[in-house]
Design a protein around this ligand. Structure first.
Ligand code: ADP
Ligand code: ZN
Ligand code: ZN
Length: 820
């Protein structure tokens, strides 16, 4: 017997309902089970979002609440309802004594009001969460169900199941809370002297003198202790207590930098930032404060101090960090200040761990949450502060529906709670910069606080650019220029540490024809294939298909286009850099490689950093994952093997991203007492981005970048919305894209005159850059609309007229970042 997936919970027939034992929770009186009740019978109504994932359904439906269960129906409850002759699970987003006041009552023109059948769970989200879900659903043209699911405890969605007798019953998800038994000494226990012969009891009492232990820990330490525990419990020497165990919070690390010692004296910048945050808090405003602080200026310390003030008032705080920097080091800093009050959310948690962390927040045991973007949705009570670190990071935008941006959702959350939102970055996004320049955005005040200096004696590192064209002309063929090689040797001879960035994954990532420039691509997806030398395979990283190739220069490894045999590996991978590094450096220098391949296992990231920390002298080589947030004072050299990959991406944000990456990685140097230097190898030293990094002066490239975006009508000066359609038959997808684009154009034209001459604009439809993925053809069109323009309403309106078309899928990405 298989479980019914949540998507199918509505697959019920009327007859089954009579036999079901679902409504065992006291709502099975015939009076209330009758669907023919009229609404005059109810003194309470509920607006319910059905757990039926389809865009075609209205967002919520109104139901009558029978008196017998009225006391247990609240916002946030999971309930069982009848829908179109079937049963469905739903979530209450509003309750009201007045039917007319409820959203979802519109559909009642056609049908009679039905009763809520039963309550399946106590409240799991608050009224504020319901409000935020409704806002997100509108803003991002997503279904209310998709948005509401973000707020639900992980893995506990009730499912319906047909049992052996053919009846339906509700099963709760498998993830269950775990209890642990804690053993501690009683007051008498501390004075107790066991008989000499009772070795077990003596061991137990000794072990417990330094604090309570769980039975699990005791078992690990001394194998079986159960009889000793029982004997001493009878005598009143030890006490056993059951406590909820919170899985997933383990973040033990040997990293010294995971400790956050309270500094004796805050810098002027830190004091300014804290004063700004306090001012907003005291006046219960909802301002957004952008902390524009150079790397190592002590932004984390500002967060910690601000949170301490919030905690002291009995409130809670939410801190978002990019998934990639959610490391033992980061978590450790918060733990060392706030102890067990910290809950952690990231994508590597198991379902049970996730549930435990969620419960820890829900129960109030945790009042500080540190997590990736989804941590915004956990049930913090009495929220007092939201912080987003590395605000410019693209990972704050969700790539699947609902396609929200954590910064925008957090701003809305700040509005509802009337609390500050703090955004920290050494390279604030163009959006944050522009909003601070305007002083406001979307009805909120945006203000910038600069932290231009590092505390104490540590200074910003000196930057050197190496022109690779010159190196090449001089006949150099090594990955490392003379300057970088010498600097690396010097660092290790002085017993210091270096960080080397190489922004590419894998070994020799792609093959290219030296004669015609053709790069083999996946026949299903039109993306370049990655070459994996160990397995001699070309891999498609879009659909995962692998194609065997015979190793070059064997016969048959020919160009698919011109049949030339000069199909060569292009680009160098981190592995190749590692090999050359080993040849360069003395054998006893630890070389730690950190990339997607070496960090696959759960704790790999942490262990690699600990190894780097523990080694007397070492080089940390890695992809962009090493650029963020690492704080090792012994690092005196940062090298960038090839700075140009990031710059050459065909995207209007490429410059911003390249600058941010280089500035971030440069910031890993010279964070301690010793000065640091940065060596960047590039073919493009004249680019504005390179000059800006070289001078530690962002304005060199931002002026240029802003002018380009303003004249070409790109964010942050307009809103960019991407609508993608896909399906198996190319002609049908194209036709559907054209019809939908036409509908959107029609709605746009009604509003055109109110705004500037050029906006709003619709571009396309055209085939996507990724024209084909998994044998589905993809077309898209883009919308450029003025700021403050309700683009979501326009698209939603057009989609309603468009309806559903068989085998045509539509995705809407408001404020799109990735338009491939
Ligand atoms: P950022 O997050 O801005 O890159 P961090 O918060 O990591 O900077 O701080 C960099 C280093 O400076 C850390 O080791 C931190 O402990 C230390 N630090 C922060 N504030 C102070 C201060 N006021 N005085 C001395 N050291 C400080
Ligand atoms: Zn060729
Ligand atoms: Zn593919």
């Amino acid at each position: 017997m298989t479980h019914i997936a949540p998507t199918q919970t509505n697959l019920f027939d009327e007859a089954a309902l009579a036999k079901t034992d679902i409504d065992a929770q006291g709502s099975d009186s015939p009076e209330h089970a009758q669907p023919s009740c009229t609404h005059q019978r109810y003194s309470l109504f509920a607006s319910v979002v059905l757990d039926i994932p389809t865009r075609a359904l209205a967002d919520s439906f109104a139901y009558g609440v029978p008196d017998a269960i009225a006391k247990s129906v609240h916002i946030g409850c999971t309930v069982l309802v009848r829908f179109g002759g079937r049963l469905a699970v739903g979530y209450v987003i509003a309750v009201n004594a007045e039917l007319k006041a409820l959203s979802g009552a519109e559909h009642l023109q056609h049908t009679k009001i039905q009763p809520l059948i039963s309550v399946l769970s106590p409240p799991r989200f608050s009224e504020t969460s319901a409000h935020l879900a409704v806002w997100m659903s509108h803003e991002y043209v997503a279904t209310l169900l998709e948005c509401l699911r973000l707020f639900l405890p992980p893995g506990t969605t009730p499912k319906l199941k047909k049992n052996a007798e053919g009846n339906y019953e509700l099963i709760q998800a498998q993830t269950k809370a775990l209890e642990e038994r804690w053993v501690s000494l009683t007051a008498r226990g501390f004075a107790f002297e066991p008989r000499n012969s009772a070795t077990r009891q003596r061991q137990l009492v000794d072990a417990l003198r330094s604090g309570p232990l769980t039975t699990r820990e005791l078992r690990v330490l001394y194998t079986d202790m159960s009889s000793a525990i029982r004997a001493l419990e009878k005598k009143g020497i030890v006490h056993i207590e059951k406590r909820r165990s919170w899985r997933g919070g383990e973040y033990d690390t040997s990293l010294s930098s995971a400790q956050a010692h309270v500094p004796g004296q805050l810098t002027e910048g830190q004091l300014n930032a804290l004063a700004a945050i306090e001012d907003v808090r005291q006046h219960q405003r909802d301002d957004v404060i952008v902390i524009d602080g150079v790397t190592g200026s002590g932004k984390t310390e500002v967060y910690l101090s601000a949170i301490a003030a919030v905690i002291a008032e009995g409130k809670s705080a939410c801190v978002l960090v990019p998934e990639i920097s959610l490391t033992a080091q980061t978590v450790g800093r918060f733990r060392s200040r706030f102890g067990s009050m910290v809950a952690v959310f990231h994508s590597r948690l198991s379902a049970g761990e996730r549930l435990d962390q969620w419960d820890m927040v829900h129960s109030g045991a945790a009042r500080v949450v540190v997590g990736a973007r989804s941590a915004l949705f956990c049930p913090l009570q009495n929220l007092g502060l939201i912080i987003i670190d590395e605000e410019h990071e693209q990972s704050y935008k969700q790539g699947s529906a609902p396609r929200y941006h954590a910064r925008e959702v957090a701003a809305e959350l700040a509005k509802t709670h009337k609390i500050p939102l703090v955004l920290g970055s050494a390279t604030p996004s163009a959006e944050a910069q522009e909003r601070c320049l305007q002083g406001q955005f979307g009805g909120q005040t945006w203000l910038r606080v600069a932290m231009p200096e590092r505390p104490g004696r540590s200074a910003l590192p000196q930057i050197h650019m190496v022109d690779l064209r010159k190196e090449f002309r001089l006949g150099a063929r090594s990955i490392f220029s003379k300057q970088l090689a010498e600097a690396l040797l010097e660092v290790v001879s002085r017993g210091e540490k270096a960080v080397l960035l190489h922004n590419r994954r894998g070994f020799a990532p792609f093959l290219m024809c030296r004669e015609c420039g053709c790069v083999p691509s996946c026949p299903h997806c039109s993306t370049s294939l990655t070459y994996h030398e160990r397995t001699h395979a070309l891999m498609c990283h879009t659909c995962g298909t692998s194609y065997r190739v015979r190793p070059y220069p064997a016969m048959g490894s020919a160009c698919p286009q011109c049949h030339s045999r000069y199909l060569a590996k292009m680009g160098i991978g981190t592995q190749q850099v590692e090999d050359e590094l080993r040849q360069l450096l003395p054998a006893d220098v630890a070389i730690i490689r950190m990339d997607a391949d070496t960090t696959k296992t759960k704790d790999a990231h942490k262990e690699l950093l600990e190894a780097f920390d523990a080694a007397p002298t070492a080089v940390l080589l890695g992809t962009q994952m090493i650029a963020k947030g690492l704080d090792f004072p012994e690092v005196t050299l940062v090298g960038v093997v090839m700075a140009d990959y990031a710059l050459k991406m065909p995207d209007f944000r490429a410059q911003e991203r390249a600058y941010s990456l280089l500035e971030q990685v440069a910031g890993r140097a010279g964070r301690g007492e010793m000065p640091g230097q940065v060596i960047i190898q590039t073919y493009l030293p004249e680019e504005a981005v390179m000059r800006a990094v070289f001078r530690h002066d962002r304005t060199i490239f931002t002026k240029h970048d802003a002018d380009m975006r303003r004249s070409a009508l790109y964010p942050p000066y307009v809103r960019l919305t991407n609508v993608v359609l896909w399906g198996a038959q190319e002609a049908r997808v194209r036709a559907a894209a054209e019809r939908l684009a036409g509908l959107v154009r029609a709605v746009l034209s009604e509003t055109k005159s109110e705004h500037s001459q050029n906006l709003p604009q619709l571009l396309g439809p055209v085939p996507c850059a990724l024209a084909r993925v998994k044998d589905r053809f993809r077309f898209h069109f883009m919308l450029k609309t003025p700021l403050g323009y309700d683009v979501s309403r326009v698209v939603r309106h057009a989609l309603t007229t468009f309806g559903t078309v068989p085998d045509i899928h539509v995705s809407v990405d408001v404020d799109a970042y990735d338009v491939s």
